[in-house]
Design a protein around this ligand. Sequence first.
Ligand SMILES: [Zn+2]
Length: 489
Amino acid sequence: MADDKKLTPRAEDFSAWYNEVVLRAELADYSPVRGCMVIRPDGYGIWERMQRALDDMFKATGHRNAYFPLFIPESFLHKEAQHVEGFAPETAVVTHGGGKALEEPLVVRPTSETIIYAMFAKWVQSYRDLPLLINQWANVVRWEMRTRLFLRTLEFLWQEGHTAHATHDEAEEEARRMLGVYRDFMEGWMAMPVVTGRKTESEKFAGALRTYSCEAMMQDNKALQAGTSHNLGQNFARAFDLTFQTESGGTEYAWNTSWGVSTRLIGGLVMTHGDDKGLRIPPLLAPTEVVIVPIWRSDEERARVFEAAERIARSLGDWERREPNRLRVRLDLRETLKPGAKYYEWEMRGVPVRVELGPRDLEKNQAVLVRRDTGAKQPASLDTIGEDVEALLESIQDAMLTEARARREAHSVRGAITYDRFREIMDGEGAFVYAGWCGNAACEAAIKEETKATIRVLPDEEFRSAEPPTHCLKCNQPATSEALWAKAY
Ligand SMILES: [Zn+2]
């Protein structure tokens, strides 16, 4: 760690705090290409764990992985009118290859609906070929003007699920199912609670029939769109002639869904859990779950403490060998740093549990366990330290979700609210505001223009208020639905 200067406090400048944590916890770095980022091993380690968990969940719901090319013929993007309108402004286009102008320019994929449904059209003949359930892990490129590490970069890593079904209802069920998978992952693994619901017409994916989203609250009370799932209807099937023979012998267009989450989730994790000491990583996703820091003064003490620390590390799990079902443990034997400096560094990196071990602890046959989430310390007998650490990691995982959920609820506003009060909230510290909406896009656009807040979702039933709002926040006409408003990343 090059820099031991204190972080900018979150309350002072959340955005500066975020950049400092990402850089100093060594999750990512700026690249020589403007707007791109380098994901460093500690950041990539989180992504690998996210990938593994999600991949298992996708496979458990019947999906298989495949890979489609990075380059898409430019004409493909033009086949679905809304899709090209949505994505054309931010595409990168290759016009030359091998020193020659290409006959047809190639778009570097901003998303892969077009090329994947063109292939599905070749593979699907009859209703017996459906459903077709595919996922791809890949990088995509969107030429963004204003970029932020992990949150918005020119190139990012993601997964995109693409499916084809025989009926609207099956596609709808799939889109909803995958939204649920995302929610389970975000809450169960990331300890990041989300509100799920449907996007309005103006916020839906370019080319979709309906878009569903998981929206998480960051510590500056802004929303992060953490994952989306789309029922694409028959729009892409029509554009790419993706038809199938029905059971009764007719011909029909297939119904598609697509759904994705990206390395943006790492930014969400930082902004949900980080504190003024740095990162806090939920144990299930932490590349290192436990760090052991030996404490000594004399050479004689050092020999004893190192020996015991190595014994504990071996009993918990060997970080280097990565044995399955063992803990991910690191042993910090550096002799050039004082314990305090090591604590500071591992706190910055967000390691969930620190084990402190000194000569006096050894005399008592114990070590001290320190939680990263609360800073609380507890002694653990060296005879039972394995079980104690495992139990502690589990309770940290749960406590982090509880804390994040309580934080979100404390900054959610429900019930009758005037537009003036709403503006005051959005100009001030922000919130998730649940309010009525008449369904008119003009009201939605006016509020966005005046306050920068948008309808994040029309929330699913379990998130709606017990007393539904009766009037539109903006025009005061009768409300047709409850909307979740917030400023967003
Ligand atoms: Zn209205």
